[in-house]
Write a new protein. Sequence first.
Length: 249
Amino acid sequence: RQLSLPVPDKPTEVTNLATSFNRLLDELEKKSEKEKLFVSNAAHELRTPIATIRSHAQLIQRRGREHPEIIPKSIEYINDESHQMQSLVDELLTLSRADRMTLDFDNYDLSQSLNNISDRLNAAIKQKINRQIEKDIRITANEESIEQIVTSLLSNAAKYSPNDSVITLKLDRINDVTQISVIDEGRGINDEDKPHIFDRFYRSNDVRGSIAGTGLGLSIANELSSLNHAQLSVSDNHPHGSIFTITFE
Ligand code: ADP
């Protein structure tokens, strides 16, 4: 029996088929390249805290009895590095879930929710949060993930700004466009770094090695914003600092 294969009528159809097939292959290749890069970056980032933890544990084992004075410092390192690993693993889990996540949307009071977040964070950060939150603004979105984005932006604002500066949390609605902004008076972000800060694992050179972080917070915030059909963007504050804006249209 002869197999009947679908034979395209015209040569242009073959060309179109080949073109779309090639495009699909390109996309798949790019995706798997990206995934490989992601896994190798994650492994690399985890290796550093693991190595530090192991070397301090060994140090305590070898010299702790004779030189007990080294113990507190080593335990501090172990503590810090395990915190770093914990955030990294939590964020990696969130990211891997974000790829497959569909969120439940509700219509809720965003003004109220932002006030709650601000209350909660007030105790945890040094800076004062100046609220410019318009009342009774409701949106249809996933409340939990919006909370996660705003908390992450406020924590970054605190982390990259002096303790005595002010962080502004703003909410307004103009012509049906709702915007949340987190404005800080900190170090700001160079123009060269701006295009990359939403990339996974990207950290600017001036903070690497001096301020703890994973480089994943903003990429998560960006993916969660997309899942909520919102746009996350960054601009400069004047005379210094950054402005992160979430726009719902
Ligand atoms: P992390 O803070 O863990 O490094 P993020 O993904 O949250 O990771 O941020 C990526 C990078 O963007 C940071 O390492 C820092 O260089 C820069 N950045 C983020 N938020 C701010 C901010 N408010 N002010 C200055 N730089 C920032």
